[in-house]
Design a binder for this molecule. Structure first.
Ligand code: SF4
Ligand code: SF4
Length: 188
């Protein structure tokens, strides 16, 4: 790791994250609160605190392990983690950056395509109706992914388990929802 310098070391993924998002991974002291509160933490191969630990070490092979992780694709950008983080680490921003980097390098986890399709369908469904209509969602998802629902592992499983119950408070507030969309899919 770079020491004594305020410039991020662009050789490491942590340094590129800092340059790209302003988030300093060195601020994370591994308290684990982020992973404990994450609604999809159980499903992640690398929960956020572990992602940060690996990146803090700054070895190319560990950076690559993070980039190839499946868990980074499960992040819902719900911000539960960052609101609990005593160091105010903006975790969803980091997850987003890592996903972009994994795609750029062509080493994104193979399940990323299905998960992206599901998220897009899920978010479009909420944006359009202000509520989640299950049937419309599944139909839209099938169209997008050209997969049968049974082939899709994680996201629908989470949905059925009710783990995505974090959205209803947003649904009451349409302008809040617009902000959510800008933040999560606004780039596209
Ligand atoms: S909550 Fe913050 S400080 Fe604690 S492990 Fe997660 S990112 Fe690090
Ligand atoms: S923003 Fe992502 S990592 Fe953080 S609690 Fe939500 S799903 Fe978990």
């Amino acid at each position: 790791m770079s020491s004594g310098s305020h410039h991020p070391n662009l050789e490491t993924l942590a340094g590129r994250i800092e340059a790209g998002t302003g988030v300093k991974l060195a601020h994370c002291y591994q308290c684990g609160k982020c992973a404990a509160g994450c609604p999809v933490g159980d499903e992640m191969d690398l929960p956020p605190c572990q992602v940060f630990r690996l990146l803090q070490l700054g070895f190319p092979e560990l950076d690559e392990k993070v980039l190839r992780s499946e868990g980074i694709w499960l992040c819902l950008a719900c911000e539960t983690c960052s609101s609990r983080c005593p160091q105010e680490v903006e975790i969803p921003k980091v997850m987003d950056f890592i996903r972009g980097e994994a795609l750029k390098r062509g080493i994104a986890h193979p399940k990323s395509k299905d998960i992206l399709s599901f998220h897009r369908a899920f978010l479009d469904s909420i944006e359009y109706t202000g509520r989640l209509y299950e049937v419309g969602l599944v139909a839209d998802y099938k169209m997008r992914s050209r997969h049968l629902l049974k082939d899709v592992m994680l996201a629908p499983k989470m949905y059925l388990k009710g783990k995505l119950g974090l959205f209803p408070h947003l649904i009451k507030n349409r302008s809040g929802m617009k902000t959510l969309f800008k933040r999560t899919v606004g780039k596209g």
